[in-house]
Design a protein around this ligand. Structure first.
Ligand code: NDP
Length: 285
């Protein structure tokens, strides 16, 4: 069996063409959606991710501005900029590109973005709302995974899902989104004994561990949908994920490539959330 490839880039293009119509409708109400993005430090991966996000904004007609702060700046600089964006009516969505400096209190930025502008769904308020079953904005990467599965017609309701990884931005919200759609979800992490015993049960396997080739063909149930969130730059310069793609595609029913799977969907969800934020803010004027 060779798995069906879940082409995130193609699905994202379809989402953009629908979003363009919504941006045009906002334009008729004299609203141009605006996204303000901030990064701290010069992590090369963050720079690339932001460039892709700006390109996607341009594609659908969203105004974007990117601000970079020095790695050694005091956290108050970030808070002051977030406060300015929170009050700026031309900024509908705010993105704080992670990672932030490790020594900063993680609650700091997560508490400083206005919930109605938290298009990345990363603030603790947004995560709490998701946990309570009333999401404000779904976190972009897990929302992108669900959207990709739904576009491919992969059934979620009543299926067995396993998520490898329990981070606050991917693993935990991923589990919540799958549970909300009727899956029975197991979350595995670095302290899970017998990882394979869990992954082999999964109809839907989402891997977000940040470990290249963690998942081999023997760990996958034949016919499963395998979604690889991981991104790694290999020594030869190529990108790869957490799943041994070449081997697993012979066992799985569906599989995401890296690059071109979850990455483009993450960006598409950010853009969709920004358009939604602009619509909500225009409606409440
Ligand atoms: P984190 O490092 O925050 O979390 C990794 C998780 O994986 C942890 O819960 C960790 O367990 C678990 N883990 C690590 N090693 C193992 C193992 N051997 N077996 C089982 N579980 C393990 O990473 P993120 O969640 O932020 O990101 C995960 C990956 O996804 C990274 O490669 C990242 O670059 C990528 N990513 C891709 C995005 C995209 O758009 N495609 C967006 C965001 C992230 P424990 O908690 O016990 O330490």
């Amino acid at each position: 069996m060779t798995a069906i490839r879940l082409d995130g880039a193609a699905v994202a293009r379809g989402i953009y063409s629908q979003l363009k119509a919504r941006v045009a409708a906002l334009g008729r109400r004299n609203v141009r959606p605006g996204l303000a993005a901030l990064r701290v430090g010069d992590d090369p991966a963050s720079t690339i991710y932001l460039r892709n996000k700006v390109r996607a904004c341009n594609e659908v007609g969203i105004r974007s501005e990117v601000h970079a702060l020095a790695a050694d700046c005091p956290p108050e600089r970030l808070l002051a900029m977030l406060d300015k964006f929170n009050r700026d009516p031309g900024v509908h969505g705010i993105l704080v590109q992670l990672p932030l400096p490790k020594h900063w209190d993680p609650a700091l930025a997560a508490g400083a973005v206005a919930p109605e502008k938290d298009v990345d769904g990363f603030t603790w308020r947004s995560l709490g709302a998701l946990l309570a079953g009333h999401p404000l904005f779904e976190p972009c990467t897990p929302a992108g995974v669900v959207s990709l599965l739904e576009h491919a017609g992969v059934a979620i309701d009543g299926r067995e899902a396993v998520v490898v990884g329990r981070s606050a931005i991917v693993g935990k919200p991923m589990a919540l989104l799958l549970m909300a759609r009727g899956a029975t979800v197991t979350v595995c992490h670095s302290r899970t004994p017998d990882l394979e015993g869990h992954t082999r049960r999964a109809d839907i396997l989402v891997v977000a561990a940040g470990r290249p080739k963690l998942v081999s063909a023997g760990m996958v149930k034949p016919g499963a949908a395998v979604v690889d969130v991981g991104i790694h730059r290999l020594p030869d310069g190529k990108l790869a994920g957490d799943v041994d793609f070449a081997a697993v595609q012979e066992v799985a029913g569906w599989i995401t490539p890296v690059p071109g799977g979850v990455g483009p969907m993450t960006v598409a969800m950010l853009i969709a959330n920004t358009v939604q934020a602009a619509e909500r803010q225009a409606d409440s004027r």
